[in-house]
Structure formats: C-alpha cells, structure tokens
Design a protein around this ligand. Structure first.
Ligand code: PEP
Ligand code: MG
Length: 746
C-alpha cells in the first residue's frame, strides 16, 4: 500500500468523522457521506443501502443515482448485485456490471449507464447492516487497494450506524436499541417472566472508529496485545499442571495472540485511519463472516480468534471486565448459544433465558427445564438488538420475547404471570394425592434431577422418587474431573435428601452436546450418533470404574439403583453390569459396607434395544425409555434440529405402537418399565403413554402437578379405544382424536 493511498484514506475517514461532529440530521449526514466517498474514490456514484428488515435492503442515500429513488428502491437479500453482496458478505468488483450474474436493472435509479461496480458489506461483529456501493461509467476494475479502502470506510459506517449517527424520520434510519421489538422464537421451556437483559457476552461499543494519529493507535494496539499475551501466558501457567486438553486450547490462543498476520492486518487498518479498536473489530467481523462457511476444525479456530478479539476489545475500551456488566436483580440472560455447564454456573439466579440458536432437545434446554427457567430459542437477532439492562418480557409458552415492551403488552403478560401462579397453587393441592386415573390405575410419577438444587423439589412437587439422576451435570459444572471421594460425598447427599424414596443414578452420559471442558472434544461428523454415553464408559474403564465405586460407597448400606445410558445391544449392558458387579466384589474384599440392595437397569434410547434377545429383558432389573434420544433415532430426526424436530409427532401412530411393543416385551419377563424423556412431562403425551401401558414416568418437577391433574380425569380404557380407533382409521397421529376426547372430559 502506497503512502499516498494511506494519506487519502486517512483524509476520507477524517472527513467522515467530521460529519459526526456536525449538527445535522441523519439523512443529511448520509447524503454528505456518499458525496465524500464518491469524491475520494473518483467515482460518479456512491450509494448506501441499509437493511430495512432481515430480508430487505433499501437505498438510503446516493450520490450519482436518481435522488428520487432514495427510500423507494428496495431489493431482497440475494437479489441483484447489492443483494448478493449482502448475502455472501463478500465484495463484488466488476468492470461490467450488466454482464454480471444476478444483475438486476432498476430503471428508477438510472444506473444502466454505469458499467463498473464495487460493493462491500457494511457489517458490525458479523451482523449485516447494509451494503456500500461505488459505480463508475468507465469499465474499470477497482484495485485491491481500493477494495480494501472501501471496506475500511464500510467499517466506519457500521460503527456510525451503531452510534445512531443516521437517526431520522424514515424507518430505515430509525434508532437502534430504543424501540420496542418483538422476537418470535421457539419454546425451550414454558413459563412467563419479566426482567432485565443480561448479556452473556458483554457488548463492546466503539465510540471512536476513526483516529488521527496512527502512531499513537499503533502504540495502543501494541500495548493491548502485550497485555493480552501476558494474560494468556498467565492462564497457561495456571493450567500447567492441569488438563492437557485445556492447555492445548490455551496454546492455540497463544498462537493467535502472537500471530504476525493478524497483527499486520490490524496495523494496515490503522494506517488507513481506523482506531485500534475499530481495527480489531474489522478483523473480527471478517472472521465471523467466514465462520458460517468453514469446516468444523476451522470454525473452532475462528471461535478462538473471536474470543481473543473480544478480550482485546475489552482491554482497549476498558468496557465489560472479564465478568461483564453488573447483573440486574431480575436477570434475563441473552446469548447466541450456551452450553449446559455455563448455564449451570448462572443457576437459579436467572429469571429467563433467550437464545439466538439452541434447540429444544439440547442439554442446555434440559438444564433450563431442570431449573424451571423459561427458555426461548431461535430468537433471531436478539443478541445484536438487546442491551444490558433493557426491560424484557419472556413468554415461554408462545416462544415470544417482548424487548422494551409498551405498557399494554407488559400489563397483559403480568396478568399471565399471575394466572400461572394461581395454577401452581392448585397443583400444590394435589401434591399428596396419587396419580390415579378415573378407571383406578395408579401411575407412578417420579422426577428428573441432576443438581443438588433440584432435590428440594422432591418434597414440593410430590414426586415419588428420582427416576433419572443425570450424573453428567456434576461433571459439566466443574473445570476438572471430580475425584471419587468428592463424588461419593455428593451422591450420599442426594440419597440423604431423597430419604426412603428411590434415586435412579444414570452413569455418565457425555459426548454429543455434553462436552466436558476438561476432555478433548472429539471432532465427530455426527456426535449424537458418535462416541457417547456407555460407549465412552466401556472404552474408558477408568472413569466408569471411579463413578461406580463412588456410587457404591455413597450407598453404604442403603439401596442402590444404577442405570446405563444409551445401550444399543445386549452385550454392552452385560459388560457394564459385569463391571458393576466386579466393583461390588472388590468393595466386599476391601471390607466396605455394601449397598443393601442393588438394581441395575438400562436406558432404551435406540430402537435396536427393543429387539434385543429375551435374555436381555430377563437380565435387566428395569428398562427406562429415554424418549428424547429414542424419538430422534426412531424418526431419524435430530432432536436439536428445529427444522426436522417438529415434523414428527410423539403421538404418531408408529411411535405409539413401537412403545406398545416395548411394553409387551417387558411384560413377558415382568421387567419394570418407565419413560424418562421430556415427553413424559407433557400431560397429553403422558396420558397417552399410560393408555399404551406405561405405569411409571419420570419428568421435570414442574410437570408433576399438570400431569397428575390430567391423569386423574382420564379413563385409560376409553382413551386407549380412541387411540386404537384413530390408528385403524389410518391417521398419522392420534393427537386430534385424543384432543377431542380430552376437551370433552367433564
Ligand atoms: C433421553 O434421551 O430421553 C434422556 C432422558 O436422556 P438425555 O435427554 O439426557 O439424553
Ligand atoms: Mg438420552
């Protein structure tokens, strides 16, 4: 890059900044900016297109095109060259635009006479805000230097947009982060909540995108990078004796922090006139737009770089310390996505959770359910729109978020919160009554748990025991492998809290989305069908052994119930059971007190186990259907993929008849059978399972009241008849028929 281009670039950025200082309206500013850019780039045209909504771009200012087209010309993302730049987040540089694939002629703009076209995305931290275009009559191709220069300008425009520099009358120029916004997502956990936003990753605001003194900015960048390097080195020293995998991640951080090419790009940005923080953001934005297009390995590396850039920005701006902003009294957490371990760290403090990604079947959702915190998933765009401290209402039942709501919406939601509190009171009245159907059948309702904090619910919910204790949650909340004695003490406390009630301990179900922070992540093409649960347990005997010993020692004279997850074939169960019995034998030899009784069971989570030899059903003390996994493998529909998850109804005739087959197989051997997937906690599903012959179900504590309430009103024989009739009529799902029966109950 020549010195003169640097000077020209700095001059232009300086002028852009001056427009910020001017006392003018947003539109005037935008118009002025297009003029400045066209002048500096020596093009006839400069236009700024901004997103009006997620799909539509609008021409918001132009120098050189027909001024009447401003705020009139619109295009959808992907449409025309401008739409293509917005979609691909990549520049388009062509000397002959009309010949270019996807060119769309817009007569109102008068652009047909301009042959060359250069468009770059206007984006901030990976969020597309619009497109900046220059065009000229001569068929020139813009040099690499010019493209780069325009990207730098686009970066400054993005920051100015974020700072509200273009506020005005038109909607496309309206203020960000001030108006009420509604986000329609999906339900991860029902419930309604009111509170204030707490961002999982603090949002950094760059108030000075342009800087006059590149030497000073380079010094600031260098100082900040030095501080960053020292902190990464310190983390490495702290991790020295720790886990190898954790150290590997930190080594990758160190590699990036010392990366010459990363530094060099930022130095070039600064030479062009960006401030140190704007240069970090520019590189971060580029990395983020590459994220979606990369393979799993590269994605991990880009995530590392993203995290490192965030740290660097916090150092440079002094905003958002490592722990972020102060948490409000009634925090509603907003994040792109979150792992179950991170969510557990927040714990019950949270009033609600809103995720931009996430899925109903994910373990973060299961944790949210265990904690009974309303969860919205797929609230597209919330991370960029919400600010720390914003007032927010979460309607988990409808999957809707009201950000900065008006008074009338707030009043309606508050009514709903009050009504739900009323219903809870009604369920408390049922607490000590059995879940006995109208025809007299008693269904045993247990609860799912995984945290010490869940256990008080044993009393308050009226659960008859813990039908599924997910032991991995305890492993997920730590940053190193827990020790045997620690685990034994914890399991003993769980048994103490349960008193006479049964606790079914499920051995570690790690892998899939439950990645232990201190275990090397496996780069598997399809982790849900990969090395997880009992497969890890059998292949890594040390961990399984340690956990089994901890369970035996915790029981010390009390009954012990152990369940192995994700058993796909008889041999896996036989081997796991053999190891548990060997541990018992070992403990006996050591003279330790043995459990009073021992029950060993298997989770049926893959269809294959339903067809296991009879000897399996004879050997196992009980079977528990893990419906979350079973359903995903039965329908071949990823439980975490929102697109396909909802396609197949749990009350689908094939699935219900499959459940009936499992009931029949267990009946032959007299094997106890339960259902512990999330569907057991849905009242309509639960009564149908009971009608199909299930007599035991385990669910989140908050579901016990609603399930019991409906169960007590239903005649299972009559319901079974409704199901059979709908099935023989060739229905795909029995739900409409069942709902018709249920709404007519008295
Ligand atoms: C299930 O798969 O239904 C289950 C209970 O296990 P998890 O949700 O923990 O995979
Ligand atoms: Mg499972």
């Amino acid at each position: 890059m020549s010195e003169s281009t640097e000077t020209a670039s700095r001059k232009l950025l300086g002028r852009l900044r001056d427009t910020l200082a001017e006392d003018s309206a947003g539109q005037e500013r935008l118009d002025h900016i297009t003029h400045l850019i066209a002048d500096s780039m020596r093009t006839e045209v400069c236009s700024i297109y901004l997103f009006r909504d997620a799909e539509t771009l609008e021409l918001c200012a132009t120098e050189g095109l027909n001024p009447d087209a401003v705020h009139q010309t619109r295009m959808r993302i992907g449409e025309g060259l401008v739409g293509r730049v917005a979609r691909s987040r990549n520049p388009i540089n062509t000397p002959n635009a009309p010949q270019e694939r996807g060119f769309r002629y817009m007569p109102e703009t008068g652009e047909e006479i301009f042959s060359s076209f250069l468009g770059v995305p206007v984006q901030r931290l990976g969020e597309a805000l619009g497109v900046l275009v220059v065009q000229s009559r001569d068929g020139r191709i813009f040099t690499g230097d010019e493209v780069y220069g325009l990207e730098v300008v686009a970066m400054v425009l993005a920051e100015m947009t974020e700072l509200g520099a273009f506020l005005g009358e038109g909607e496309a120029l309206s203020a960000r982060h001030t108006h009420p916004r509604v986000f329609k997502g999906g339900t991860g956990q029902e419930g309604v909540a009111e509170g204030h936003i707490y961002l999982h990753e603090p949002r950094v605001v760059v108030t000075n995108p342009v800087a006059d003194d590149p030497v000073r900015e380079l010094e600031r960048l260098q100082e900040a990078v030095n501080t960053l390097r020292i902190s990464v080195d310190e983390m490495l020293t702290r991790a020295e004796n720790g886990d190898k995998e954790q150290r590997e991640v930190l080594e990758a951080y160190r590699m990036f922090a010392n990366s010459r090419s990363w530094m060099k790009r930022m130095e070039e940005d600064i030479a062009r006139g960006l401030s140190a923080e704007a240069s970090v953001e520019k590189e971060q934005s580029l990395a983020r737009s590459r994220l979606s297009r990369s393979d799993a390995y590269l994605r991990e590396r880009l995530h590392d770089l993203d995290d490192l850039s965030n740290r660097l920005l916090r150092i440079l701006t002094g905003q958002g310390s490592e722990t972020g902003a102060e948490m409000p009294e009634d925090p509603i957490l907003v994040a792109r996505n979150i792992g179950p371990g991170e969510l557990l760290e927040y714990g019950r403090k949270l009033r609600g959770i809103i995720l931009e990604q996430g899925s109903v079947g994910s373990h973060a959702a299961i944790v949210a359910r265990a904690l009974a915190i309303p969860l919205i998933i797929h609230a597209d765009g919330i991370v960029n729109e919400a600010l720390n401290g914003d007032h927010v209402l979460v309607d988990g039942d409808q999957g809707v978020v009201h950000l900065r709501p008006g008074d009338s919406v707030a009043a309606a939601i508050r009514d709903k919160i009050a009504m739900q509190a009323e219903a809870q009171k009604r369920y408390i009245g049922l607490r000590d009554k059995p879940a006995q159907s109208r025809c007299g059948t008693i269904i045993e309702l247990q609860m799912n748990a995984g945290l010490m904090a869940d256990l008080p619910s044993l009393l308050t919910s009226g659960a008859e025991g813990v039908g599924l204790f997910r032991t991995e949650l305890q492993f997920l909340i730590r940053n190193k492998m827990p020790r045997r004695a620690e685990l034994a003490a914890l399991y003993a406390r769980v048994m103490d809290a349960a008193g006479d009630k049964q606790v079914v301990f499920r051995t570690l179900d790690i892998g899939s989305d439950k990645v232990l922070p201190y275990m090397k992540p496996q780069d598997e093409p399809n982790p849900a069908m990969g090395w997880r649960a009992i497969r890890v347990g059998l292949d890594k005997p040390g961990i399984m052994r340690m956990q089994l010993q901890a369970l035996i020692r915790a029981a010390a004279g009390r009954p012990l119930t152990v369940m192995f997850p994700f058993v796909a074939q008889f041999d896996e169960f036989r081997e796991a059971r053999r190891r548990l019995l060997a541990e018992i034998e070992n403990e006996r030899r050591l003279g330790h007190v043995l459990p009073e009784t021992l029950e060993i069971g298997a989770m049926l989570e893959t269809p294959s186990l339903a067809f296991a030899p009879q000897q399996f059903f004879d050997m196992t003390d009980f079977v528990s259907i893990g419906g979350n996994d079973l359903k995903q493998f039965f329908f071949a529909a990823d439980r975490e993929n929102e697109r396909v998850r909802r396609r197949y109804d749990t009350l689908n005739v094939s699935f219900l008849s499959f459940l009936a087959q499992i009931v029949a197989r267990c009946n032959v051997s007299g094997t106890s059978l339960s259902f512990c997937g999330e569907d057991a906690g849905r009242p309509v599903e639960a009564v149908c399972f009971a009608a199909m012959g299930l007599r035991k179900m385990s669910m989140r504590p908050a579901s016990i009241g609603p399930v019991k309430s409906l169960m007590r009103r239903v005649d299972l024989g009559a319901l079974k008849q409704v199901i059979d009739e709908a099935s023989s009529n060739g229905e795909q799902t029995v739900r409409p028929a069942v709902m018709n029966y249920l709404v007519n109950l008295d």
